[in-house]
Design a binder for this molecule. Sequence first.
Ligand SMILES: Cc1ncc(COP(=O)(O)O)c(C=O)c1O
Length: 305
Amino acid sequence: MADNLPGELKSVYYVNSGSEANEVALKLAKRATGRVEMISCKNSYHGSTHGVLSIMGSEFFKSSFRPLLPGVSHIDFNNEEQLSTITERTACVIVEPVQAEAGVIIPQNNYLSKLRARCTETGTLLIFDEIQTGFGRTGSLFAMNKYGVVPDIVTFAKALGGGMPLGAVVASTELMKCFTFNPVLGHITTFGGHPVSCAAALAALKILLRESWIEDVEAKAKVFIDAISNHPKVAEIRHSGLLIAVDLGKEEYASRILQLLLDEGIMSDWFLFNPTSFRIAPPLCITKEEAIDASEKILNALNKL
Ligand SMILES: Cc1ncc(COP(=O)(O)O)c(C=O)c1O
């Protein structure tokens, strides 16, 4: 995996899930910087365990579980003025390079480069959560390649394991060494990096790099978008590769469409923080013919709204 990552991102620590990967990233940032303040984005989702719940960008999902970690604040994704809230006291900023559960929000006006620059200026570690965007989803192997910004730490899960449970935290060897002293065993896990999961991940990565699936992502996304974008019930479509949000402009439409899609044999999903949209995120191995067929079914569902 390290061969396919840019810059100093060469040391990979395997864990069991995306939530655990982000827990490790936060711990690493605190340990390496000696700082405690952490910043994440509003409407971000980084997992469900206590630490990452603390940085979730929505009070609705957190309030029943307080008290959570102190020192957490939130900024608006794409808001350059708020970058000044990142200071010499900030241990890390964690961000999804494309905000997924917010309803597929794309970085605008080189936002990620500006975020990178502010983090470098303040000695803050930049963490990319590529748990949804990694492994071809946005049309590049990793979203950081697509947007040309290299974080200090990146986390992966979901597609990483090719269907098996696996998460990973990647940083420079120097940074990762912080976990080897004060205390030794900075993060430990019984089954993290299980050989069966790692074998599945390696096989999945080899296939992903061998096939033309990533090159074909944009063309397949276009099939879906062209088929439905002019439908009167579609208010807006936001997408990065095959991570597509179809915004229907009304919560009522977005909740009804899921059953209508199921009736057509299509599994979709809602977004945690964007109640007016539904998601199109097929497996990257979908063929163009299957994409055309699925688009027709989505159109049928939209017609019944
Ligand atoms: C962006 C992002 N980060 C982290 C996670 C948490 O991953 P896991 O469910 O493997 O703990 C998810 C899961 O949906 C996610 O979408």
